[in-house]
Write a protein of this length. Sequence first.
Lengths: 120, 164
Amino acid sequence: MRGEGNKERKDRKDKEAVEIGLTHYLVLSAVLFCIGLYGALTRRNAVIILMCIELMLNAVNISLVAFSSYIVPVMLSGQVFAIFVMVVAAAEVAVGIGIILAIYRQFTDIDVNNINLLKW
Amino acid sequence: MGLTVSFWILAVIIIAAALAVVFLRNVFRAALTLILCFIGVAGIYITLSADFLAAVQILVYVGAISVLIILAIMMTRNFQKGNQPNKVQLPVAIIAAALLGFLIYAVTASSWRISNLAPVENTTAPLATKLFSENGYILPVEIGAVLLLAAIIGAIVITRENKD
């Protein structure tokens, strides 16, 4: 359990890394972020791109809360930041869905490769 | 021990669900696996003793954002015209893998000053104190409210039918 001193941490390093540390959460966050990045850049359906952006935002939230919980547990600043990221994500999904619906009403197609009127 | 097992189970669920979101051809099933991913992230918050944030994650992400995404999927159904190959798949995969390698190296090579203190157990009251009391984040809360209002008005205006 966390809350022990340095001696316990040194004993744990001799064993097989059974204890879940900060790096585990950060690696999970990095993997989730890169999966979302790959999906946002590769997929052609606009709604799936929006979902991959939400994956990236969730990855950042995991990272923020992990930092807050491991480095400054009493200050909770990472969790406050994560709340604001959720607020921004909610606003962004609302506007993004509105844009997608407006585009669909115009073109009957949300393949982002075909929505290229502004391209030179 | 319980923390270790639950972390690994949740991590596998999250990564598998995220891969399914990216690689599934059926959009609706991708949305369902996205909901599974959000629930997994809420479980990760619980392992980090962020109980209020886990509840807010379920309420906001699973309850509101996923419903909006499913609404968008239902209203933009077009028949699949076959699977045109995407030219950017390999360069993006290389870039994403390189970024992942760099991030993992940066995370594991840095020495983090892990605190000795145990994390806060009931985070609701301390979070409320940090957000709303003196020297708190009350200004970002108000700005967040204005942002949500602007997003609501913007979404209504964009999706309104033009009855000229």
